[in-house]
Every structure is written in structure tokens, then in C-alpha cells.
Design a protein around this ligand. Structure first.
Ligand code: FAD
Length: 445
């Protein structure tokens, strides 16, 4: 048994609910702090890089931001090489992409920010493999979490109630005792309801209603279709609120994802999909697809709203409980932040629990706060779009006008383009855009 510190009495066992990116990365981090870590996932997990039911978004483009990649490589050294060996193209975000933000094409520059262009199922499979190698982590058989075990009048979580599927309907309910329960069950997490039923109260929720629809189709394209670039992103603007991305992934396949707000959904029929691409303000993606060989039909995904649950602000967050990933904050996928936030949270988890020996409550608050910059940036950008519903602040509006100037300057100045991509990539905090050298360059343009 590991000695507990602060208000954490013991570190015998952690149970992680949900075995997707958030849960797997948390489990990996916790393996340094707990004798035994058990991951409970309801899906039958495929043996390899294949889509699965519990992660329906897995077929869509999943960008790994530079900040998320740095955290991932720090925690799981060598994972980039493993992904490259499996065929994932690796490059430089600014140097090997065509990026259009705010209606401007960013100047190309090898600024040292990584670009790992990998499909979601392959990345998740690689992370799962590394987690499975930890001798004290158990990836259990498919099981459904149905509730928590609590003590001390709801002030402490002591485990989880789990339905283990049997041959017959229903299965057996099992109570798993744990010193720490991590909720990584994603956007549909039942934790707010469980906390309410425990008498602790659900966390406050912030919401930005984006009503955005994505459609993704896979293609085979010439390797040099973008003149050697690995990806092209055409971000939406308030004047043209449609966007798209095209990226080369493993096996010579390219993922094309298009998106539109409100009723402006990209069609799911092949002709409509390509016609929608043609309406983007820049022709790069449509031109690339024109001579392409489609691999499948377009698939759609509707994302109603970004949601942030303020566990960090709860007065009585129970001991022994740690929500992570989309269970804390489900971010508009447009900005490609979700997995990177999960990686940054796992790194924070390890730092707080292992290196600093903090209590689980303090660590849970720190983990929930990791999302702050990603949420502020994506919300502010979304709220600048027509029809998006949420709380608009003056500060966001002022910052939005400044960011528009940053994006204009990034079309010609590599140092500004780098500064913007470091912030958008969750490497630097947004205040980095207010450094005197950046401000001076932006205001000169
Ligand atoms: C269309 C789309 C595109 C996206 N693109 C990007 C992108 O480009 N870049 C990026 O970083 N992120 C992207 N995301 C977000 C990303 O998918 C999530 O942020 C990421 O998967 C977070 O992982 P998670 O583990 O917190 O939750 P999830 O991936 O949702 O996983 C939750 C897991 O919990 C399991 N589970 C749920 N309930 C139970 C239960 N009761 N019992 C047992 N198991 C349970 C599920 O089966 C699942 O495995 C995108 C999302 C969408 C919808």
C-alpha cells in the first residue's frame, strides 16, 4: 500500500470509468500513483485501429494539436515514432500545412510545431497498447458503469457500481472499491445526476449552442495534391461560416471533413458533399477532391453545443473523485482540442498526484481548470459566428478584434503566425499574443 498524503488516505486502487482517450491517458498517469488501476469500458474494444460504437466521432478527422502532442510524447516517450512506423505522416504544423484562418492564408514556416496526422482509431489503439503494457493497469472485460459507491454522507466516493455483461440479458452488478474514481465516460457522463442524487449537487454548466454539423469522407489522392503539404484547413469566418479540412493520414488515405453552423449542414450525398466543398472561400480542398478517388460515402455528425461542467467551482467536490476529458468539457470539434486537453489533463494529474502529492480534490480542481484556455478560445471564436447562442462578453469581443488582426499579420509575418499557432495549439497561453514584440508587429501591419 502506498502512503497517502493530504486528505487522501490510501492509494491502493484507482478505477477509471471509460476507456477512450481521456480514460486511457488518465490510467497511464495514475499507474505512477496507485498500486492498481482498473479501466472499465462498456465497448468490446477492437483488436487494432478500428472504429467502435462508443466513439462514433472516431471516423471523423481528429487533429492532435502541438500542445497535446508534446504532453503525449512526454508521458508516453516514443509514441510519435510508433505512429510514424505505422504510417502516420509527421511534419511541421506551419511548414507542412496550408492554413486559412480569419480569411487569410498563413505564411508557411517551419516553426517547430509538430504535426502528427493520424486517424483517431490508430492513435487510440497506440495509446491503449502502451497502457496495457503497464503491469499494474487492468483493462477489464466490457462492463457498464451504473453508479458510484459513496460514504461519509456523500463527501467521499469509495468506488463504482458496474454491470458486468453475462450471457443472459442484464448481467451482474458488481461493486468495485477504489480510493479514486475517475469519470472519463465522455460528454454523456451521468456524474452530474449521480452527484445530485448523492445530495452534493450537480456542477454548474456553461454552454455555447453552436448547432454545427460535420461530414467526413475518405479519399485516395495524389501525394502531392497540396504541393507536398500534409493538410489544409479552411477555417470559417463570420462572413463565410463554413469550414473544411483535408489531411493525409495512414495508408495513403486522405480525410476530408466539412462543417457548417445551424441549418447550413454539409450534405451526406457524395455530389452534395463536393458541391459544399466548392462553396468554401478558398478552392484548395475542392480542387484536391476533384480528381480524387472516394473510399467511402460521406458520414455526418451533429454537434449541438459546447458544454463545460464547472467541477473546479464546486464547494463540496467529494474526495476520491476525478472527472476528466469530455466529461468535464465537450469542446466544439472544429478547433481540434478535445484529445489534446485530455493529454494535458493527464499530465496535470500526474504532476499533482505523483510529483506534488496533492489531495484528490486539489488535483481534480487543477485537472478541471486545464480546459480554461481551450474553452475560452473556442467559445469566443464560436460566439463571433451568426446564430451561435451563449454568453458574449466585451473582453471576448475586444480580444476577437485583436485576433482578427493577428490572423491578418500571420499571412505575411512568420513570427506572428508561429505565435498564433502556439496559442491555438495549446502550447502557449493566449496572453502570449499580447507580448510586446507580437503586438508591435501586429499593429504595424
Ligand atoms: C465529430 C468530432 C470530431 C472531433 N475532432 C477532434 C479533433 O480533431 N481533435 C481532438 O482532439 N478532438 C476531437 N474531437 C473530440 C474528441 O473525440 C474527444 O475530446 C475525445 O474523444 C475525449 O475523450 P473522452 O475519453 O473524454 O470521451 P469519449 O471519447 O467520448 O469516450 C468515452 C468512453 O466512455 C465509454 N463509456 C461511456 N459511458 C460508459 C458507461 N456507463 N460505462 C462504461 N463505459 C462508458 C464510451 O464507450 C467511450 O469509450 C472530436 C469530436 C467529435 C464529435
Amino acid at each position: 500500500m502506498r502512503a497517502g498524503r493530504g486528505t487522501t488516505p490510501a492509494r491502493d486502487r484507482a478505477v477509471v470509468l471509460g476507456g477512450s482517450m481521456g480514460g486511457l491517458l488518465a490510467a497511464y498517469a495514475l499507474a505512477d500513483a496507485y498500486d492498481q488501476v482498473t479501466v472499465i469500458e462498456r465497448d468490446t474494444v477492437p483488436d487494432g485501429p478500428h472504429p467502435r460504437k462508443g466513439v462514433p466521432q472516431g471516423r471523423h478527422t481528429h487533429a492532435l494539436l502541438a500542445g497535446g502532442h508534446l504532453a503525449l510524447e512526454e508521458m508516453l516517450p516514443g509514441i510519435t515514432d510508433e505512429l510514424a512506423a505505422e504510417g502516420a505522416p509527421i511534419g511541421d504544423t506551419l511548414g507542412d500545412s496550408r492554413l486559412y484562418f480569419g480569411g487569410h492564408r498563413f505564411v508557411a514556416d517551419h516553426g517547430g510545431l509538430s504535426l502528427v496526422s493520424v486517424t483517431r482509431p490508430r492513435l487510440e489503439a497506440a495509446v491503449r497498447r502502451r497502457v496495457a503494457e503497464r503491469p499494474n493497469v487492468e483493462l477489464g472485460p466490457p462492463a457498464e458503469v451504473v453508479g458510484l459507491k459513496v460514504a461519509e454522507g456523500g463527501r467521499r466516493v469509495t468506488g463504482a457500481r458496474v454491470l458486468v455483461r453475462g450471457d443472459d440479458e442484464g448481467g451482474d452488478e458488481v461493486a468495485l472499491a477504489a480510493d479514486l474514481v475517475v469519470d472519463a465516460t465522455g460528454r454523456g457522463s451521468q456524474l452530474p445526476r449521480w452527484l445530485d442524487e448523492m445530495g452534493v449537487g450537480a456542477p454548474a454548466e456553461e454552454k455555447v449552442v453552436v448547432g454545427i454539423t460535420y461530414a467526413t469522407r475518405r479519399y485516395r489522392l495524389d501525394e502531392d495534391v497540396l504541393d507536398g503539404a500534409l493538410a489544409c484547413i479552411e477555417g470559417p469566418t463570420p462572413e463565410a461560416p463554413r469550414g473544411g479540412g483535408l489531411s493525409r493520414v495512414e495508408d495513403g488515405v486522405w480525410l476530408a471533413t466539412l462543417g457548417g453552423y445551424g441549418d447550413d449542414a454539409p450534405p451526406a450525398d457524395p455530389d452534395g458533399f463536393e458541391a459544399f466543398a466548392r462553396t468554401l472561400p478558398f478552392p484548395d480542398i475542392a480542387d484536391a477532391l476533384a480528381d480524387g478517388e472516394p473510399v467511402d460515402e460521406p458520414m455526418r455528425f451533429r454537434f449541438p453545443a459546447g458544454v463545460r461542467r464547472r467541477y473546479d467551482r464546486m464547494r463540496h467536490l467529494p474526495h476520491g473523485l476525478m472527472p476528466v476529458g469530455d466529461a468535464v468539457c465537450s469542446l466544439n470539434p472544429l478547433y481540434g482540442q478535445g484529445m489534446s486537453v485530455a493529454a494535458l489533463q493527464a499530465r496535470t494529474l500526474r504532476r499533482e498526484l505523483v510529483e506534488r502529492g496533492r489531495s484528490t480534490v486539489a488535483a481534480a480542481r487543477a485537472v478541471a481548470r486545464v480546459v480554461e484556455d481551450a474553452w475560452r478560445m473556442s467559445s469566443a471564436a464560436d460566439l463571433a459566428m451568426p446564430g451561435v447562442v451563449g454568453r458574449r462578453t466585451r473582453a471576448d469581443a475586444v480580444m476577437g478584434r485583436y485576433v482578427a488582426r493577428v490572423q491578418r499579420a500571420a499571412a505575411t509575418d512568420p513570427s506572428v503566425a508561429r505565435a498564433f499557432m502556439r496559442v491555438a495549439g495549446l502550447v502557449d497561453r493566449p496572453t502570449a499574443l499580447l507580448r510586446p514584440a507580437v503586438v508591435a508587429t501586429v499593429l504595424r501591419r
